[in-house]
Design a protein around this ligand. Structure first.
Ligand SMILES: Nc1ncnc2c1ncn2[C@@H]1O[C@H](COP(=O)(O)OP(=O)(O)OP(=O)(O)O)[C@@H](O)[C@H]1O
Ligand SMILES: [Mg+2]
Length: 148
């Protein structure tokens, strides 16, 4: 395994469905970071382990990585923090502090599979704990998009 490259990082997104994670990632990080999302894979049971393996492999190759899932609870983030630390790579959280009502409205406007059941959104809200450096993040950034 090589040493971490300059500027290399792991970014862990945190935010409700419809909070704007994928839109922001496409604009801010797509050119520089490998985008990983277990939501793109079938087989709910194994995709957590698969995601961790893919992230670890990319970090070992020297790539910067962004994990684009809701990641609402510290337990959802701990393994990612641990593997970044094991690789010697800083791990940054980006929290999408979008009002739940705005997320719900954006979700309503989606079509087909992109629209999640409202219960899914409120289930994520119930588990949501904003990320903190106390969990092991090197840095926490907040993205706020208002009701506009
Ligand atoms: N800053 C913004 N202002 C207004 N609308 C936005 C903004 N960001 C995203 N949206 C819109 O909100 C919807 C949801 O955005 P996006 O797909 O980025 O959310 P997400 O957090 O990735 O959701 P999911 O967790 O379900 O993948 C999209 O229709 C998008 O166009
Ligand atoms: Mg998304």
């Amino acid at each position: 395994m090589s040493a971490p490259g300059p500027g290399q990082e792991l970014v862990v997104l945190v935010g409700l469905q419809g909070s704007g994670k994928s839109t922001w990632t496409a604009a801010a990080l797509a050119g520089t970071h490998a985008v990983v999302s277990k939501d793109h894979w079938p087989n709910a049971r194994r995709r957590e382990a698969r995601q961790q393996r893919v992230v670890a492999d990319l970090l070992a190759e020297g790539r910067s990585v962004v994990v684009d899932n809701t990641n609402p609870a510290p337990a959802d983030r701990a393994a990612l923090i641990a593997l970044a630390r094991a690789a010697g790579v800083p791990v940054r959280a980006v929290w999408f502090d979008t009002p739940p009502a705005v997320c719900a409205r954006r979700n309503e406007a989606r079509h087909g599979r992109a629209r999640v059941p409202p219960a899914g959104l409120y289930g994520t809200l119930a588990r949501l704990v904003p990320p903190s450096t106390g969990e092991g993040f090197s840095r926490v950034d907040v993205v706020r998009t208002g009701p506009g």
